[in-house]
Design a protein around this ligand. Structure first.
Ligand SMILES: [Zn+2]
Length: 196
């Protein structure tokens, strides 16, 4: 069995107005959880944190607000410019060497900010779908099925806004670096699961 590394790819730090999770506390909790890495996906901003631990990887990311719902951008080095359509946003993310992931698609609890039927407008353009749902550690079978049908990566994250919420959802990958993880998402070679 090849080694498998775990990442929580959807965490809000104090860089998000709705979160009280400091990057410092998040890094410490990630260590306790045995994670290889994490991504801060603050709303429409890149968080300027760096990992205090040599063996804990920070994956750059942001959760972008769009007229169709939220979109996760992972592996980007700068925020896309304002005013882009969703397909243009995805092109920008991928052009930077990043990957675009649809967070919590079809979520009933997050109707106002998640992509519902617009998922079908962009499924062919994105790299992956988040298949773990926030608020109670539930799997998203519809997203999982759709990812399978379209050959897209499955991605897991906790959508944590507090330290207690971290680690509900994980992405597992055979690669232990940010670049390796991003490449694995691009190739659909990740797994995602929830903590039971
Ligand atoms: Zn979020």
């Amino acid at each position: 069995m090849p080694e498998r590394y775990l990442f929580d790819l959807h965490i809000h730090s104090t860089g998000s107005a709705d979160s009280r999770l400091s990057p410092r506390a998040a890094f410490r909790r990630a260590r306790e959880l045995g994670l290889r890495g994490l991504a801060f996906t603050d709303h429409d901003r890149l968080t300027g944190a760096s990992s205090p631990f040599w063996d804990l990887v920070l994956v750059p990311g942001a959760e972008l607000s769009t007229g169709w719902g939220d979109l996760l951008a992972l592996g980007i080095s700068e925020l896309p410019p304002a005013g882009l359509s969703v397909p243009e946003l995805i092109e920008n993310i991928r052009g930077q060497g990043g990957v675009a992931v649809i967070p919590h698609p079809f979520s009933e609890a997050l109707q106002a900010i998640c992509m519902n039927e617009h998922v079908f407008d962009i499924i062919h353009l994105v790299d992956g779908l988040e298949v773990t749902s926030p608020k109670g550690s539930v799997d998203n079978p519809r997203a999982r099925r759709l990812a399978g049908e379209h050959g897209k990566a499955v991605v897991g994250g906790s959508d944590a806004h507090s330290v207690e919420a971290m680690g509900w959802g994980f992405t597992a990958c055979e690669e232990g670096t940010a670049e390796g993880l991003i490449d694995a998402i691009r190739k659909g070679k990740t797994e995602a699961f929830i903590r039971r």
